[in-house]
Design a protein around this ligand. Sequence first.
Ligand code: SF4
Length: 357
Amino acid sequence: MSVFAEEARIAERVVAWQARHGRNHLPWQQTRDPYRVWLSEIMLQQTQVSTVLDYYARFLARFPDVTALANAPQDEVMGLWSGLGYYSRARNLHRCAQQVVAEHGGAFPRTAEVLATLPGIGRSTAGAIAAFCFSERVPILDANVRRVLTRLLGFDKDMASAANERLLWGLAESLLPSQDLGYAMPRYTQGLMDLGASICTPRAPRCSACPVMESCQALKDGDAERYPVRTRKLTRRAESWHLAIVRDERGRVWLQRRPPTGIWAGMHCVPVFSDDAACAAFVAGLGDPSQRVLEELPPFVHVLTHRDLHLHPVLISGDVGGGALGEGEWLGQDQWPSVGLPAPIRKLLDATQARLW
Ligand code: SF4
């Protein structure tokens, strides 16, 4: 069989397998509206489908179209995103909606090339939106698809190299369907995603159920788990954060907006200090020392992609002065859902209200 015929058969098999065995009933698969597809693609980055379902429904109920999202206050967008993590996605989501409205008249661009110029839309997400909504013949290469393709092709070059990454994009392009694109492109794109999620898993792939097993180089070599090859490892760092939860006599908590870049950028948070002494100096300036109560809460670790945050919370209540404590504002529990609070801070505040420690 010629190489081209082999490639065509791979695409055909993925398309046919997706129609029979893939995921076809998720809410964002019932539409070709790029606003909805884009929203789901951004939410699905680094987040499980089961978690995204609720958030997706809530977002659409509140922001039914891109104009509604663009016009919303940033705090409200962050508030609705709270708990999904990776908050830069929410900030970019909002900026992207504003750019679609301001520069594209409220209609998403119809090609992957232009979609990829928008905030938060990388090449793979742009490819997915263009394939799903406009049947454009463009590849995607998210983590799942990268795993499937490197195994299928026996592509053992180091994916830490940008040149090798480009090479794989080229190969991914050569495998795309070439006929009946209106039907084939959405199915093929979804099929590769589904294969990576359910069959060609990082550990113990279920090759006997795989539609491309006859063509798979890694299966022939018996070493699927070695792919994708990546030599450079993520370096993790540990950091200690001392959190001052200042609660006034009305139960309100002093919250500050985090800086525009870095961890939890732009979200609301209790005051953060890098060491115990700085936290103690802040606490010393609060109200009348004889009338306030200071409690050290159990420390815990919050794991981020590149960092472990060791969080050391203290709760200061009673007479805490009540006035402004620098930048920030007093917010009661009923206001917390409407501002963006990082999930661990939200949990911590809820626990302090209920005294669950
Ligand atoms: Fe992945 Fe196995 Fe299919 Fe190859 S045959 S693509 S290793 S599931």
